[in-house]
Design a protein around this ligand. Structure first.
Ligand code: PMV
Length: 349
């Protein structure tokens, strides 16, 4: 019993925001300056799989990401583990099925793998921390809102806990207890909505989202207007567009919000530039395509990197793929430069 090893493996999906989270009002607790809303993507193409083992035999905590050992000195990771251990100690004892969870004072080995480029604006930290938080909750039988824990690893991770369409309510309380993710609609609500990701570059981004957010919050005058005036209204309109499956409104708001997110980045000092020339050509192509059809049939959005995420309805997808492969032909050695997906269900054990 003493030398027993407890192991749990779970997977979590990536989510891509259509109303972007950018900026913290509390760095320590990871509390955002605005609410945000995202679509959770299909786990078959984009997911993190995490295994956590706990044993008295382990000498220290260790973590491997994509088969490489990483430092445990990451403050977010340390905070998440400390919080899990605190809750385990507090909630302790038995689970519903009578099995005893591992003790809070054993060391753990964490092994996490993504099946897509890490840290290239493809929300790898979202899937990664959602998966870790979910796996730890399973392992220690914790009774807690998983999104609260995931948020403390990486803000956007709280939205990857649920499938379908998910909002992260910024909350009002100082302790962050109401800053949680809530599902707006399950994946089954809008099955015609599809996603195409154009992997423009799989290099690591130059400015981390943590540092980028700090610079924007400190220096961008446009940011105040975005948080106080623009986003609250957009959250409501976006939620309505999703509930009513109104693609043109969904698409317009998605593109407007991506544009404003990159505008506040440029408005920061020193300026932050995540888009490259290829990203801008994708924006122009989508704009020209929508203009031709006199309505929004495709939407683009870009996170903190140059990769484009395109949303469209299933009926448009084959034409979109032809268009994209015509204007952005695959290069030798990079034949799989786009990923097609649909929205997905919650984290899985
Ligand atoms: O969760 P973080 O710290 O990696 O920040 C993510 C920020 C964006 O991806 C740019 C926007 C979002 O809402 O996901």
């Amino acid at each position: 019993m003493e030398n027993e090893t407890h192991t749990v493996t779970c997977s979590a999906p990536v989510n891509i925001a259509v109303i972007k989270y950018w900026g913290k009002r509390d760095e320590e607790l990871v509390l955002p300056v605005n609410s945000s809303l995202s679509v959770t993507l299909n786990q078959d193409q984009l997911r993190t799989v995490t295994t956590v083992s706990v044993s008295r035999k382990f000498q220290k905590d260790r973590i491997w990401v994509n088969n490489r050992e990483e430092s445990m000195e990451n403050p977010r990771l340390k905070r998440l583990l400390a919080e899990v251990r605190r809750l385990t100690k507090e909630q302790g004892s038995m689970s519903g099925n009578g099995t005893r969870p591992p003790s809070h004072d054993c060391h753990m080995h964490i092994c996490s793998e993504n099946n897509f480029p890490t840290a290239a604006g493809l929300a790898s930290s979202a899937a990664g921390y959602a998966c870790l938080a979910y796996t730890l909750c399973q392992l220690y039988h914790l009774q807690v809102d998983v999104s609260l824990l995931a948020r403390q690893g990486s803000g956007s991770a709280c939205r990857s806990v649920y499938g379908g369409f998910v909002k992260w309510e910024m909350g009002e309380r100082e302790d962050g207890s109401d800053s949680i993710a809530v599902q707006v609609a399950p994946e089954s609500h809008w099955l015609e909505l599809e996603v195409l990701i154009l992997v423009v570059s799989s290099e690591k981004k130059a400015v981390s989202s943590t540092r980028g957010m700090q610079t924007t919050v400190k220096t961008s005058p446009l940011m105040k207007y975005r948080c106080e005036t623009v986003v609250p209204q957009r959250m409501e309109t976006m939620e309505r567009a999703i509930v009513e499956r109104d693609f043109p409104s969904f698409a317009r708001l998605t593109m407007q919000d991506s544009n404003q997110f990159h505008a506040v980045c440029l408005d920061s000092y020193p300026p932050i530039l995540y888009l490259n020339d290829t990203s801008k050509r994708v924006m122009q192509l989508v704009t020209a395509y929508n203009k031709l059809h006199q309505e929004e049939r495709v939407a683009y959005t870009f996170d903190a990197g140059p990769n484009a995420v395109l949303y469209c309805l299933r009926e448009t997808m084959s034409e979109l793929i032809s268009l994209v492969t015509h204007y952005f032909p695959p290069t030798p050695g990079n034949e799989r430069n786009y990923i097609r997906g649909i929205s997905s269900e919650d984290c899985r054990t």
